[in-house]
Design a protein around this ligand. Structure first.
Ligand code: PRX
Length: 631
């Protein structure tokens, strides 16, 4: 939080203030904190429930909170069914553009038709309420239909990002015990098909629970299909059963909606669980208030539906709010660096929500690419996933938003389900600050004992009160859920976010970055433990440590220190081989920037690698307290 930047204030224009639905923050926030349960009951009333809740919050089994206990709901009833009874039925729900220029448009009526067909197909394959279906797809409409279809019939989805490797996919299928997998032959990325089905074929070899793979044809590449396991989606879609009605399953508010794997500081990825009730309320409320959604808006969240941002702010929040959303399949710079600006112009997008990495990536091509197109429809911008550096913020604000579209820098996590610290359109902005907490949530920056740190000082970010979007647990691991988030501030009952942050004199929050062994690369979340285990699975390596170092474009890049087994000698070829090995094991996003071969790693006397020391050394910074360092 450089002094000068902390004072750089951008006030909302009169136009923004006049247009904004939420006109005031301080009083509403104070009221929402004084009586959060009334605030969250009021928001929940905006949805349709099959049966109203008995209790807004059941906290009898902390930290496994139950929101809207006793309520009956299905997120699909709110995201689709109820809209069909209103003029939203004929409104555009989804505009999709493929990287190859193909495009498709679905009204809410058509969305219902496609989701119903998909739901019938899943049912015909034996999927039942409570099952977990894994989805591994490119950014095509069927990815969204598959997610919604699962929710409709009460099955949970586990979406695995299409950039993950066969190993990562297989690990997630096995952890979820999925019987059914939905995939595609591939998608397009930078003009080339990405061979998803080949990766699936490799992964499912070692997935004992998996019986059915449904493949959507996207690229038309020749792929291997196994009898009695593999089905083409279009064959199933043509069956009469697909076109019959399918009731939306009545769910308990606390039934699982989805499972989403994310990286933690130790061990294998955690399956974060979200539920129908609280998640519906939280995503729709934050989406409508933070982005000041208007019925006529065209809204684009340029994330992948396969990440939490996509789940909450491409799929569920926007559809519950009856929004028109846009989905794009491919790379931002294909075939030219103006692809995004061209599409914003073409479709008249009003709200753009993306990551600092994407902004930095497009910024490097210069503003002339932006200025070729009329993007004056943009009214509001959003940022998520990592701290946005003031330079990228100002470019986004001035060049993309033409100085009139405020930037909602939203801080949140897979675990929080939705925005926790975020501006509203009326909030005066400071570039690089996520500003203030959302209504109904109390947030703090504290030391290890739980005392508030002084303004401007670094501390641990905590959430002090429960909120409806909070994850309810880690799939089949209650203990890990408690240990990961609740143990550190058990006495106070606070959620420990794992981020380092500061608060300034105006009460604005500044997120510094992860304080645990999690690395954010281009906004993607990776665990050092996972990277290290991928490195040591290479036959030449005996021990490894992974750290994050600042990177101009990616925010952070992965640097690895590796000790070789006897008989192996350091070389550029070996470095390349190990890098490729990690990319193969985890996916290209995890490919290390550099591997340095070393004889020894700094460790504590109890044998824990001191990554902090490696990081300081690599940057030529003071190493801090090294009294626990082994010889
Ligand atoms: O470090 C914070 C960073 O992303 C982490 C959560 O990652 P994930 O679960 O993958 O969810 C990303 C999308 C919500 C956080 O612990 N982060 C997220 N948003 C911001 C951020 N850091 C700074 N500013 C943000 N706006």
């Amino acid at each position: 939080m450089p002094e000068q930047e902390a004072q750089d204030l951008f006030f909302p224009s009169d136009e923004v203030k006049a247009y904004a639905t939420v006109k005031e923050y301080d009083k509403t926030y104070a009221q929402s904190i004084k009586d959060p349960l009334s605030f969250w009951a009021e928001q929940a009333e905006k949805l349709e429930w099959y049966q109203k809740w008995d209790k807004v919050l059941d906290d009898s089994d902390k930290p496994f909170f139950k929101w809207y206990a006793g309520g009956k709901i299905n997120i699909i009833h709110n995201a689709i069914d109820r809209h069909l009874k209103t003029p939203i039925r004929n409104k555009i729900a989804l505009i999709w553009e493929g990287e190859n220029g193909e495009s498709k448009v679905f009204s809410y009526h058509a969305l219902n038709r496609e989701v119903t067909a998909f739901a019938n197909i899943l049912k015909s394959m034996g999927v039942r309420k409570g099952d977990i279906v894994t989805i591994y797809m490119p950014q095509i409409p069927e990815q969204i239909f598959a997610m919604l279809a699962c929710a409709k019939i009460g099955a949970a989805h586990s979406v695995v990002y299409g950039g993950f490797s066969a190993e990562a996919l297989q690990e997630r299928i096995n952890d979820a015990h999925s019987r059914v997998l939905v995939t595609a032959d591939g998608g397009y990325r930078r003009g080339k098909p990405t061979g998803l089905k080949q990766i699936v074929n490799e992964a499912v070899e070692s997935c004992s629970t998996l019986e059915v793979v449904i493949t959507v044809k996207r690229t038309g590449e020749v792929v291997y299909m196994e009898n009695d396991r593999d089905y083409w989606f279009h064959d199933l879609r043509a069956l009469p059963i697909a076109n019959t009605p399918c009731p939306t399953e009545v769910m308990d508010a606390n039934d699982m909606l989805f499972l989403l794997y994310t990286s933690g500081s130790t061990g294998k990825p955690k399956g974060i669980v979200h539920k129908h009730g609280g998640y519906s309320v939280y995503t729709s409320t934050t989406h409508s208030m933070v982005f000041d959604l208007k019925p006529e808006d065209r809204y684009w969240c340029a994330a992948d539906p396969g990440w939490i941002t996509g789940h909450s702010y491409i799929v569920y929040g926007p559809l519950i709010n009856g929004a028109t959303l846009f989905l794009y399949e491919g790379a931002p710079n294909h075939p030219y660096p103006d692809r995004w600006w061209r599409m914003i112009d073409k479709y008249g997008i009003n709200i753009l929500y993306t990551s600092p990495t994407a902004i930095r990536g497009l910024m490097r091509y210069g503003e002339s690419w932006v200025n070729r197109h009329n993007i004056s429809s943009l009214r509001l911008l959003g940022s998520v996933g990592e701290p946005i550096n003031p330079e990228a913020w100002k470019w986004y604000y001035n060049v993309v938003g033409k100085g009139k579209a405020p930037i909602m820098d939203t801080w949140w996590q897979t675990e929080t389900g939705g925005h926790v610290i975020t501006p509203l359109p009326i909030t005066p902005l400071k570039p690089g600050s996520a500003t203030k907490p959302f209504f109904g949530v109390e947030v703090g920056v504290v030391d290890d004992q739980g005392n508030d740190v002084a303004p401007g000082e670094q501390g641990n970010l905590v959430i002090k009160t429960p909120w409806p979007g909070m994850a309810c647990c880690i799939h089949q691991d209650r203990q890990r859920f408690y240990e990961s988030y609740w143990k550190k501030y058990e006495q106070q009952g606070w959620y420990h976010a794992g981020d380092a942050a500061k608060v300034d004199n105006d009460g604005y929050f500044w997120i510094i970055g992860r304080s645990d062994d999690v690395i954010k690369v281009s906004g993607y979340r990776l665990g050092t433990a996972e990277i290290e285990s991928a490195v040591v699975s290479h036959p030449a390596v005996t021990e490894a440590a992974a750290i994050a170092l600042p990177h101009e474009l990616k925010g952070n890049a992965i640097y690895v220190y590796a000790i070789l087994r006897t008989g192996f000698t350091p070389s550029h070829e070996l470095e390349k081989e190990i890098k490729d090995h990690v990319a193969k094991m985890m996916g290209p996003i995890a490919k290390p920037e550099q591997i340095s071969f070393t004889e020894i790693l700094p460790k504590t006397r109890s044998g824990k690698i001191m990554r902090r020391v490696l990081k300081a050394r690599a940057q030529g910074l003071p190493e801090g307290d090294i009294s626990t360092l082994e010889e």
